[in-house]
Design a protein around this ligand. Sequence first.
Ligand code: LRH
Ligand code: MN
Length: 408
Amino acid sequence: MADTSSTDYERLADRLGARGVDVASVERRLAEHRVETPSWGYANAGTRFGSFPPEGLPTTTFEKLEDAAEVHRLTGAAPSVALHIPWDAVDDYAALREHATSLGLTIGAINPNLFQDQRFRLGSLTNPDVTVRRLATDHVLECVEIARELGSDAISLWLPDGTNYAGQDTFVARRRRLHETLTEVYAAMGGRDGNNMELLVEYKLFEPAFYATDLADWGSALLTAQRLGPRAKVLVDLGHHAQGVNIEQIVAFLADEDRLGGFHFNNRKYADDDLIVGSVNPFELFLIYAELAVLPSLPRLTIDQAHVIEQKIEAMTLSVVNLQEAFAKALIVDRVALAERQAAGDVLGAHELMLDAFRTDVRPLCAHVREQLGAAADPVAAFRAGDWWERLGSRRSAVAATTRGLGA
Ligand code: LRH
Ligand code: MN
């Protein structure tokens, strides 16, 4: 990223001010913008065709938090980390919570894992076998207890359940089983010691099921959330839609129903590719933020990516920067002129106002806000020039080498 000096910032602030933008309020909202990074984004990730674990990979949840703290240090906007159970299970959750606090982090949403246990072959919370449903429900209830121990206020539930062949099971029977098991989970999340934990219901069009997925789209997730109660909301993963689906419209509708619980930000060209958010379709990301910018408050903004070949901390840092820039562009849309042109039926006039904002280079503004937060003007350059390897990476790889018996 070019060196965005203070003069670039002043020039941009003047131009925006001249355009009627309240720059101070834009900076305030940018400074409040908070992203949750996923513990699994720092760990080894691959495709079914393989993985390429780099040197210095974190191997414990404690180490994953250290890398997350690096991203927060660089961007000033990533103070919480989502965990996945059992991938991040530890013996002492109080110690983990302490470690997070010592790193200036909090624990975000807790993600149960209903897709790896062999007993979930025919489903987890929807499985025809009541003993398997019991098992799956108990796993989610265990995650609720873990969330309490870690001070987390959300369970982020992705249901992989579905079928692979017509006739394998009955759609409505599965749906009834899901509502029965989720009702128990929802009840267990509420009320005690006043913390009202939120249940985030994540839908996905397909995979691992390839005929029917029980929560395949926003509609089925919304109906399920509405049936459970006000603390159940829908989570939008950008990689979980059919090609051509208008995600920003889904976001607007869910927010209008007060059921927009959060996001799993990433990007895709083909299917659930889990690439860096904004790396394939930055205009779509801008349009999603254009819907968020008019809301009284932002929902949970979590990244959910798999960094298979790229340096994981740099990838996460660039992702947070892309989200900051998308929000900044959305905040400078001339809403007054937009409403006028929409009312006047000035189709392209309205569209061009969106393009004006999207085409504005907001990097000096984001750099300025990050510096105000005590973070790096250019986080990616700061990481590349930084000493993460000396401080953390090299130590881990030395430990890994000895444990691999490769010696120094
Ligand atoms: C499923 C998913 C879900 C996670 C997993 C890591 O595709 O998006 O959110 O649990 O990825
Ligand atoms: Mn996801």
